[in-house]
Design a protein around this ligand. Structure first.
Ligand code: HXC
Ligand code: NAP
Length: 295
């Protein structure tokens, strides 16, 4: 077994038509690749038409599945979203799965942000997810399409918060709240809502904005992960394919972390003791035991 091979059986997603926002690059593109390999029909959408066109051709060649289309839209714009989803329905007839993956982010001390800079991230991440989800949900309810699976891509700081990416943290927390809320409210219409919180998975989009220049060396993300490495795209894509599939039919309202233990390393009060050597532990054990004897 190779961990980057498709986890599900061939053609196990042949009854799924999946819309992936931001599917032309990075993790969204890797998810599209895995879903296509498993027989799904896939529509990718984002702002950059050239990028989408290139990704579509590349994915057809790589997977041998030509059931992939693209639609241009800025998820912040309700009307563009409605048009893009309309185009997708026209070509594929319908769709029954959605991955809200599009995002914007950059590091900055919060006091340096203009109001517009703060808004741009809230708008892409939270309002964009709302726009695509609301339009899709109304369509699925109206047309009685079921079962439906929605997967929202969040981050581990959606629940811890994080300095220097405050708009993103606030927006992802909102997306997580929306995921859990709709998981309950819209279950009656046959929709499941889950979230996935990835740790560090190298992509150009994220690395250029979150680890620019010498930060890449100074804050090597692999060193923050107990398993000692960053994620591989196919590992995340396999998890997504499971959540889209009917094998996960009873999973609803969950957030699944895939980060090699990264966020818990920061959370556990004594986890920094990873740095203590065996010899130091021998010494510390003696010190602790002798302190007890002296009582
Ligand atoms: C301060 C900044 C800034 C920066 C932009 N702005 N970059 N302020 N520091 N580094 C300000 C601008 O000055 C402007 O405010 C406002 O933000 C909008 O900028 P525009 O360039 O006009 O916006 P736009 O063209 O819409 O581009 C959106 C973007 C861009 C978010 C700024 O980076 C983008 O398109 N990103 C999409 C892809 C992306 O971000 N991928 C990474 C996802 S990674 P003023 O006031 O001057 O007009 C991710 C991972 C999380 O989410 C977890 C990792 C572990
Ligand atoms: P990425 O390659 O930059 O992907 C972001 C995608 O969103 C791009 O394809 C971009 O395409 C699209 N997008 C941005 N703004 C948009 C808008 N207004 N309308 C429509 N599409 C828009 O970054 P990534 O690393 O793959 O990130 C993918 C997801 O994973 C994001 O939700 C991110 O928060 C999450 N995540 C990533 C990591 C990581 O380590 N990489 C960790 C945790 C969470 P266009 O430019 O063509 O619009």
């Amino acid at each position: 077994m190779i961990r980057t091979d498709p986890m599900l059986r061939e053609n196990s997603l042949q009854d799924k038509t999946v819309v992936i926002t931001g599917g032309g690059s990075g993790l969204g593109k890797s998810m599209a690749e895995m879903l296509l390999r498993l027989g799904a029909r896939v529509a990718i959408c984002s702002r950059d038409e050239e990028k989408l066109k290139r990704a579509t051709e590349d994915l057809k060649t790589k997977t041998g599945n030509d059931q992939i289309i693209y639609a241009v839209c800025d998820v912040r714009d309700d009307e563009m979203v409605a048009n893009a989803l309309g185009q997708i329905r026209k070509t594929f007839g319908s769709y029954n799965a959605l991955i809200n993956n599009a995002a914007g982010n950059f590091i900055s001390p919060t006091e340096r942000l203009s109001s517009r800079a703060f808004d741009v991230i809230l708008d892409i991440v939270l309002k964009g997810t709302k726009n695509v989800t609301l339009a899709s949900g109304k369509y699925w309810i109206r047309e009685k399409i079921r079962p439906v699976s929605v997967v929202n891509i969040v981050t581990t700081y959606a629940w811890t918060g994080s300095g220097y990416v405050v708009p993103s943290a606030a927006a992802k927390a909102g997306v997580l709240a929306m995921t859990r809320s709709l998981a309950v409210e819209w279950a009656q219409y046959g929709m499941r809502f889950n979230a996935v919180a990835p740790g560090p998975f190298p992509t150009k989009g994220a690395w250029d904005r979150l680890l620019p220049g010498e930060l890449r060396e100074r804050f090597n993300p692999a060193q923050r992960v107990p398993l000692g490495r960053v994620g591989e795209h196919a590992e995340l894509a396999n998890l997504i394919s499971y959540l889209i599939s009917d094998y996960s039919s009873f999973i609803n309202g969950e957030v699944i972390t895939i980060d090699g233990g990264e966020w818990l390393l920061g959370a556990g009060e004594f986890n920094q003791l990873r740095a203590v050597s065996e010899a130091q532990w021998d010494m510390l054990e003696q010190m602790i035991k002798s302190a007890k004897k002296k009582k």
